[in-house]
Design a protein around this ligand. Structure first.
Ligand SMILES: [Mg+2]
Length: 128
């Protein structure tokens, strides 16, 4: 099976590593992992192409997760790439907005590898 090319978007480098570790601990076939610290940097990574899935924080400086989602559909290489939002407690309204502009799901911090797998696996065609 082809290994997954993943983009993790979060303004916290520590959180990016936590997400990456959870993906690997979930037993998913993770290949290349790209990182971006805001939506603008993420769009640059998306333009390089061939991503299988994106996990993105909502609250970030420069360009937040909602603006990133809105811009993603304008980038040819971003069309059809599923995005899962990583959220914090109290951001329910922003999660609803994210889902309305194309996010495929969300994971609330703190999360377990099992919860990450539950959200990510169906989006990449892996049976649980
Ligand atoms: Mg943040």
């Amino acid at each position: 099976m082809k290994k997954l090319k993943v983009l993790i978007v979060d303004d916290s480098a520590v959180m990016r590593k936590i997400v990456e570790r959870a993906l690997r601990q979930a037993g998913l076939e993770i290949g290349e992992v790209l990182e971006a610290s805001n939506g603008a940097e993420a769009l640059v990574e998306v333009e390089k192409g061939s991503l299988d899935i994106i996990l993105s924080d909502i609250n970030m400086p420069v360009m937040d997760g909602l603006e990133f989602l809105k811009n993603l559909s304008k980038v040819e290489a971003g069309k059809g790439v599923p995005v899962v939002m990583i959220t914090t407690e109290g951001s329910e309204a922003r999660v609803v907005e994210a889902l309305s502009v194309g996010a495929k799901g969300y994971i609330r911090k703190p999360f377990t590898p099992e919860q990450v797998k539950e959200r990510v696996a169906p989006l990449i065609g892996v049976l649980k």
